[in-house]
Design a binder for this molecule. Structure first.
Ligand code: OSB
Ligand code: MG
Length: 377
């Protein structure tokens, strides 16, 4: 496939509610999306970097600039396949989310031109996946009430953000209100090695997974927590300690496995540099007996379509951040995922997602860069 032009759009999309985590608050979703023009039409990719570089070092606007100045030009007039994008952009490994956007666009182009869906290409056999939802930091009363109403909407998993001083109380209250829901905690690295007893106490409240309790550079704390959980579980399965921020590549995952510093992995195509690496990480989890969960990034319907297809793979033993985009976004140029009876339909149309609504896209665009000189669009 020859890439003759690339359009970058920096979008500003209002959120339904602020999204607060231990790393900071997101009030409105600035996000970069990419359209490539090829001989057979156009195709789309999303760079899911958050508005500010709080979660990892990438941000939406910085990615927009880097894609326009450095990464995008490398693809113009190249004939390439999706599998060639990551190797071509090897010097930009420190920008996995920007790389992932271009890989997604090229993959979308390939799938569209052969009339295949992403799920079909991945070999997904099921038609739906359980819906899961994430909850930002808020007061105990507000978080509990929100968890209950989301459970009533059909979600079978809630992932609650925690941080020191905001943990035992909300987790106790949510577990009491929802005795059988799949309950994940996500600390975004807010604890350290001195908090292991506290984390064990939290797990003892009836928690099904703990995501990124420690900062990425503290694998020793994670392996000590895992050792304690393993001893407590005896012959049973210890509650998974799920890596999120600490895995930005296949090499990171292998390193944490060697150190016995993760027993689960949140697989986010953006964070790991694309859907192809996400699939490899899924296979690694399946082969190594690690728990896996499909991780969200407050994506538009485009990114959510990709996530839903991925979540259909058999290694995802934990429910993912698999809610429609409208859980977070009040305006979205893309068609959304369908949810019924607590399950998300895995998209089956050609490519990754249908086209965005051009009027909504134009309305949400706060900056635009065009690379290449295709005269058509
Ligand atoms: O830590 O998992 C996280 C969203 C953006 C950045 C980081 C995280 C999240 C989520 C997923 O918690 C929320 C969602 O997309 O539904
Ligand atoms: Mg997380």
């Amino acid at each position: 496939m020859r890439v003759s032009a690339i359009d970058l759009f920096l979008l500003e999309l209002p959120l339904t509610e602020p999204f607060a985590a231990s790393h900071g608050q997101t009030l409105s979703r600035t996000v970069t999306v990419v359209r490539i023009t090829t001989g057979s039409g156009s195709a789309w990719g999303e760079c899911s970097a958050l508005p500010a570089a709080t979660y990892t070092s990438e941000s939406a606007a910085d990615s927009f600039d880097a894609l326009g100045r450095e990464l995008g030009p490398l693809l113009i007039d190249q004939v390439l396949t999706a599998a060639e994008v990551v190797p071509l952009l090897a010097d930009h490994r420190h920008r996995p989310m920007a790389v992932a956007a271009l890989e997604m666009a090229v993959l979308d182009g390939e799938l569209r031109s052969s009339g295949r869906s992403l799920a079909g290409w991945l070999g997904v056999e099921r038609g739906t996946a359980a819906a899961g939802v994430s909850l930002g930091l808020d007061s105990v009363a507000a978080t509990t009430a929100r968890a209950v109403s989301l459970a009533e909407e059909g979600y079978s998993r809630v992932k609650v953000k925690i941080q020191p001083g905001h943990d035992l109380e909300p987790v106790t209250a949510i577990r009491r209100a929802l005795p059988s829901i799949e309950l994940h905690l996500d600390a975004n690295g807010a604890y350290d090695g001195t908090d292991i007893d506290l984390l064990l106490e939290l797990v003892g409240l009836g928690v099904d997974a703990v995501e990124q309790p420690f900062p990425p550079r503290q694998p020793d704390a994670a392996s000590r927590l895992i050792e304690r959980l393993t001893a407590l579980a005896g012959d049973g399965h210890p509650v998974p300690i799920v890596a999120d921020e600490s895995v930005q590549s296949l090499a990171d995952a292998r390193d944490l496995l060697d150190r016995k510093a993760m027993t689960g992995l949140s697989i986010k195509p953006a964070r790991v540099g694309g859907i192809l690496t996400a699939r490899s990480l899924h296979d690694l989890c399946l082969n190594e007996g690690l728990a896996a969960t499909a991780g969200g990034m407050l994506e538009t319907g485009l990114g959510r379509h990709a996530l839903a297809a991925l979540a259909g793979l058999p290694g995802f033993s934990l429910t993912g951040d698999l809610s429609p985009a409208r859980r977070w976004l009040t305006v979205d140029p893309w068609p959304d995922l369908e949810m019924a009876d607590g399950r998300i339909s895995i998209p089956t149309g050609p490519g990754i997602a249908p086209d965005p609504d051009p009027a909504v896209l134009a309305e949400a665009t706060i900056d635009h860069i065009r690379l290449g000189d295709d005269p058509e669009t």
